[in-house]
Design a protein around this ligand. Structure first.
Ligand SMILES: O=C(O)CCC(=O)C(=O)O
Ligand SMILES: [Fe+2]
Length: 347
């Protein structure tokens, strides 16, 4: 694959039946091929507005960002899942961030005590004294773009279902208004001279090590800051180039498994380019109680291909919340949630 050759999926084509058919083929090729694509024509999307929010947030005094920090970093905080997380020096992932979810009108009601943190509402920053007011615009825009990204994700999932010859709502019915999607603003400071061994790979300095995303679909804005690379089928690393106005889309392990491995959850990483970097990923994730032990059956013409393997063990329903918890405890920030794993397995 040569640089810049990732497929472009233009949602503008949805306005005609022929366009939709073209999109089905393009989505199929993109997801079973590179596992990355550009999503163009997302309704109501303005990257400049999001960039302004990102810049404003990370210029707030550290004190204000820490006021809305998660418990892991400020023990008196009552939030585990939503809010701010500061940079952790010496770690593989060198970033700070702000995370919000779908509970905009207050916390949701959790079906189990152990799952309470998944149903947290959002924490919002305030304007510092003597500064030009922006906090209310920030909240308004973040809530607006949470919906814009969600809608784009639902459209994409309908196209995936269509491409596989399945009912249009096969995947979108796992969502609903209380889906667990996370919208994250990230700032990666350049590592400078603080270079832990874990940040070095073949003489390259990494801000975020090679990984696969765990959930369904990730939609990402990079604002033109370089550094994102994907791993090609041949194992080489390729820059993911910027296309203003398009979102970069890649796939998480869960959707890949649901498709029997046909849809690719491509490895990617962020290289330290020697300057501060900002990005905004939106992790599209099902609602807590959605049974994700489902199979997206490949199109009939493909059932005999060698790719149709790795199905989830059939039988018992697997609530998305249980899958998510298992993934989260793999991250140092969420290690303390390990105590809930047993409960999560028994729902
Ligand atoms: O910051 C980026 O460009 C990529 C972030 C990413 O891969 C992630 O947060 O999973
Ligand atoms: Fe990622």
């Amino acid at each position: 694959m040569s640089p810049g050759s990732l497929p472009v999926i233009d949602l503008g084509l949805l306005s005609s039946p022929e366009g939709r058919e073209t999109l089905h083929q393009q989505v199929y090729d993109a997801l079973t091929g590179p596992g990355f694509l550009y999503l163009q024509g997302v309704p109501a999307y303005d990257p400049d507005e999001l960039h302004e929010c990102t810049q404003w947030f990370f210029k707030l005094p550290l004190e204000e960002r820490m006021r809305i920090s998660k418990k892991m970093f400020v023990p008196s905080s009552s939030y585990t899942y939503r809010g701010f997380f500061p940079v952790q020096l010496g770690k593989q992932s060198h970033k700070e961030g702000f995370e919000m979810g779908s509970f905009m009108e207050g916390p949701g009601s959790a079906p189990y005590e152990w799952a309470k943190f998944f149903f947290e509402d959002n924490q919002w920053p305030r304007d510092p004294p003597d500064s030009k007011p922006f906090a209310s615009i920030f909240r308004e825009r973040m809530e607006k773009y949470y919906q814009v990204f969600t809608d784009a994700g639902m459209t994409l999932l309908q196209l995936v279902a269509g491409a596989w010859g399945a009912e249009k709502d096969t995947l979108t019915k796992l969502f609903g208004s209380t889906h667990l999607s996370t919208f994250r603003l990230i700032r990666y400071p350049s590592r400078g001279s603080d270079l832990p061994e874990c940040a070095l790979k073949d003489d390259i300095v990494l801000q975020c090590d090679e990984h696969q995303d765990s959930g369904f679909v990730t939609m990402l804005e990079t604002f033109g800051y370089p550094g994102l690379q994907l791993q090609t089928a041949e194992g080489t690393w390729q820059d993911v180039e910027y296309r203003k106005g398009s979102l970069i889309v890649n796939i998480g392990l869960l959707l890949s498994k649901i498709s029997g491995g046909l849809i690719k959850a491509t490895h990617h990483r962020v290289v330290d380019c020697g300057a501060e970097r900002f990005s905004v990923p939106f992790f599209l994730e099902p609602r807590f109680d959605a049974n994700v032990n489902v199979t997206l059956t490949p199109p009939a013409c493909l059932t005999k291909t060698k790719d149709t393997v790795v199905l989830l063990p059939s039988g018992k329903p697997l609530p998305y919340g249980s899958w998510l918890l298992k993934n989260l405890v793999g991250f140092i920030e969420y290690k303390s949630l390990e105590k809930y794993l047993k409960d999560a397995e028994n729902v």
